[in-house]
Design a protein. Structure first.
Length: 211
């Protein structure tokens, strides 16, 4: 093998024989993790470009062999990137991809420490779109046990009830949501701003409802 001195002992030859391929494998694993977690290069999404671009990713030139630098992201940024990816897959009907990334996104949030209501909502939404209704319901229950009027807790509870075809529970949560919305929105909580679209959607009657 090239690089091994002719006079090296058998043990040294064996060590070097394993060392070189071992380093190569570790480098490959690090590269793949960077691509999968960083999400910035788009390698994990082989069918579409950035949201709103309208350009298939396959038609966009990708930097060959360059993984995104996840070391520059904060833990919160990594969690948010993974959340956005899961939601994007779900919105486009790519449930297999959403389920694949869901465990990574949940783990990223768990690494942030004790979850607050905002994080619990995000985890619940990941559970909801990836098919884990039990996880979503547990997060909604925990949010509302701490604050029965928290808008995101009520939104999540409404979604879970809808998924379970529990019309009576959904109606009750919707009534609580409508009553609490003005005073809660006045609090100007960050999570309400971040998920304003979800709150606005919850204010609209469900499809098929008669005026």
């Amino acid at each position: 093998m090239a690089g091994i001195p002719p006079g090296a002992s058998p043990s040294a030859r064996n060590s070097l024989a394993w060392l070189v391929p071992g380093i190569a494998v570790l480098a490959l694993v690090a590269f793949l993790i960077g691509q999968r977690v960083g999400l910035g290069s788009g390698v994990a999404d082989a069918t579409s470009g950035p949201p709103g671009s309208g350009v298939p990713l396959a038609a966009e030139p990708l930097p060959a062999g360059r993984a995104p630098d996840i070391s520059t992201m904060t833990p919160e940024e990594r969690a948010n990137r993974l959340f956005d990816r899961v939601m994007s897959y779900s919105e486009r009907g790519r449930q297999d991809s959403a389920r694949m990334f869901a465990p990574m996104a949940i783990q990223a949030y768990e690494m942030l420490g004790a979850p607050d209501s905002h994080i619990r909502y995000d985890i619940g939404m990941i559970g909801l779109v990836s098919g884990d209704a039990a996880l979503a319901r547990a997060q909604a229950d925990t949010i509302l046990a701490k604050d029965r009027n928290h808008l995101l807790g009520l939104v999540l509870a409404m979604k879970v009830a809808g998924l379970r075809n529990d019309a009576a529970s959904r109606t009750q949560f919707a009534k609580r949501f409508t009553a609490a919305e003005p005073s809660e929105r006045a609090k100007k909580l960050k999570e309400y701003d971040d998920h304003a679209a979800d709150i606005e959607a919850a204010l609209r009657p469900p499809p098929g409802t008669k005026p």
